[in-house]
Design a protein around this ligand. Structure first.
Ligand code: MN
Length: 145
């Protein structure tokens, strides 16, 4: 199977979908499932693109992500660290670790993301989680809802 790149970070036979069904707690993101592995293969490859100034949901979960930035620049919170990210950088999000991606104000942020097919649902922060995150100045400044 080959899905050809059509240009501009779109691929043949891959629909451009909303990031999440529920349209809150994130800003300006599209999702494309580039490869849905068999049950035996057990992995999916997705492409997400965050528009300039947009952000993903602040969340954590049991499953892990490995991400490769392939377009633009931004920043990412992973745990208690906020890092600048750009094309060809790799980001690992470990299990049960708060994470949120943000695009730079004048650039989109597009990235490949590998996940297990069989995975738990993301959890959003509650008041206690936010109180903990707010004790970390870089996280407190960074997070968006
Ligand atoms: Mn996640």
């Amino acid at each position: 199977m080959i899905r050809r790149h059509k240009g501009d970070f779109t691929w043949t036979d891959v629909p451009i979908l909303p990031y999440k069904e529920d349209g809150t707690l994130f800003k300006d993101i599209t999702r494309q499932t580039l490869f849905e592995g068999s049950e035996q293969f057990g992995l999916e490859l997705r492409y997400f693109e965050i528009g300039p100034g947009g952000h993903s949901t602040l969340e954590q979960h049991d499953h892990e992500h490995v991400v490769m930035i392939i377009r633009g620049t931004g920043r990412v919170l992973v745990g208690d660290t906020v890092s600048e990210i750009g094309t060809n950088d790799i980001v690992h999000v470990p299990t049960q670790t708060w994470h949120q991606f943000r695009a730079t104000d004048d650039s989109p942020l597009g990235f490949l993301c590998v996940v297990k097919t069989d995975r738990d649902r993301p959890r959003r922060p509650g008041p206690e989680d936010l109180a903990d995150l707010n004790t970390i100045p870089v996280a407190s400044e960074f997070i968006r809802f």
